[in-house]
Design a protein around this ligand. Structure first.
Ligand SMILES: Cc1cc2nc3c(=O)[nH]c(=O)nc-3n(C[C@H](O)[C@H](O)[C@H](O)COP(=O)(O)OP(=O)(O)OC[C@H]3O[C@@H](n4cnc5c(N)ncnc54)[C@H](O)[C@@H]3O)c2cc1C
Length: 334
């Protein structure tokens, strides 16, 4: 009889029983609805043990790659460890480096004190010692020694101002996650990829581009990075070098104003995107950054033929006002 390990409990699975039914039989509350693999409300994450193909049917490839499956559709015939979504432990990390990438974007390097696995392009919740937390995207690669974040300074912003002005090398923070589905999934090396972001929307895209190239992606990869003016762009030399080294990688800098049209694409990012690539049928897209821009680009990609399941997006939605530094927060305990 297989064992289902859930939240530290070992549960015996009956012959032919689904993970969901086993949890419910043991009075464990878990969200569910259709029990037929359609509504996806019983999504859980498997960390050890095989997961059936049918229980991952209809899930995005990025969810499948992380071991997510539908509890109603998996009937274990081997031991399995399962956790609910969004209950990752926090890992302590030390700030090991801070340097400006342009006048408002800070590169923050962190060294976690325990192994921290992630896919390039996912995001983490960064917790300060007093419990203040914000999400930041991962610009580094999983095998890099340090985690890299790009933090834009928001005037009056509790976390970003603190990181820019007060945090120092050796300051301790905590990381929770990773989360998000914006990352490269190997297996379809010839698929054309387009990545679009403005400002620090580049952070996850930078990680995804490096990862795709490292994993031998041979299809075209187009990166569009937008900013108001040229000073808002960053990592331009690194990206140009990458484009010189890989003939399938194309790096487009798009600015709204104050630029020489010979050197930059001048005009709205969406316009620049569609001028370069009018049709996106068969493409995969990654869009990150400002929520309004992300929504607009998603629509444009869809209308230009990209399947909605092929669009991966992270909107950098600001935290609710109650999440400010003056609000009562839970101090972190390691
Ligand atoms: C999935 C995800 C990934 C993210 N990745 C990144 C990243 O890689 N890099 C990065 O710099 N940020 C990223 N963010 C945004 C980040 O989480 C914070 O919201 C941001 O750093 C501001 O936090 P703060 O504490 O400094 O400002 P807060 O104290 O939260 O806000 C201060 C004031 O500024 C306003 N404000 C906050 N953000 C903005 C904004 N973008 N534009 C206009 N007004 C704003 C608030 O409404 C508030 O009035 C991400 C957000 C999400 C949800």
């Amino acid at each position: 009889m297989p064992t289902l390990r859930y939240a530290g409990r070992d549960l015996a699975v009956q012959q032919g029983e689904s993970v969901l039914d086993c949890l419910l039989r043991h009075d464990i509350a878990i969200s569910h609805s259709c029990k037929a693999g359609a509504c996806q409300s019983c999504l859980v994450k498997g960390s050890e043990g095989p997961v059936s193909e049918v229980s991952q049917r209809g899930l995005k490839d990025t969810l499948r790659a992380q071991g997510y499956f539908l509890a109603c559709s998996h009937r274990p015939n081997a031991d399995i460890t399962v956790s609910p979504v969004g209950t990752e432990a926090r890992t302590q990390a030390q700030i090991t480096g801070r340097s400006l990438l342009n006048e408002s974007v800070l590169r923050v390097r962190l060294r976690p004190e325990a192994p921290f696995s992630y896919f390039a392009g996912q995001f983490v919740s960064l917790f300060r010692e007093d419990g203040l937390a914000r999400s930041y995207s991962l610009a580094s690669l999983p095998n890099d020694q340090e985690i890299e974040l790009h933090v834009r300074r928001v005037m009056g912003g509790a976390m970003s101002e603190w990181l820019h002005q007060h945090a120092i090398t050796s300051t301790s923070v905590w990381l929770q996650g990773p989360s998000g589905n914006c990352f490269y999934v190997p297996g379809n090396t010839e698929e054309p990829l387009v990545l679009v972001g403005a400002g620090t929307g580049l952070a996850p895209l930078y990680g995804i581009v490096k990862d795709a190239l490292l994993q031998g992606h041979t299809g075209p990869i187009w990166l569009f990075h937008g900013a108001l003016n040229p000073t808002g762009l960053y990592l331009t030399s690194e990206l140009r070098e990458l484009a010189e080294a890989h003939s399938n990688f194309h790096y487009i800098r798009s600015v709204l104003r104050d630029a020489d049209p010979g050197e930059f694409e001048v005009g709205p990012l969406e316009q620049c995107l569609l001028a370069k690539i009018p049709k996106f049928a068969g493409w995969k897209g990654y869009v990150c950054g400002d929520p309004a821009l992300v929504n607009s680009i998603r629509k444009k990609l869809f209308l230009a033929g990209m399947a909605s399941k092929s669009i991966y997006a992270d909107s950098f939605v600001p935290s609710a006002p109650s999440a400010s530094c003056n609000s009562p927060s839970t101090p972190i305990t390691p």
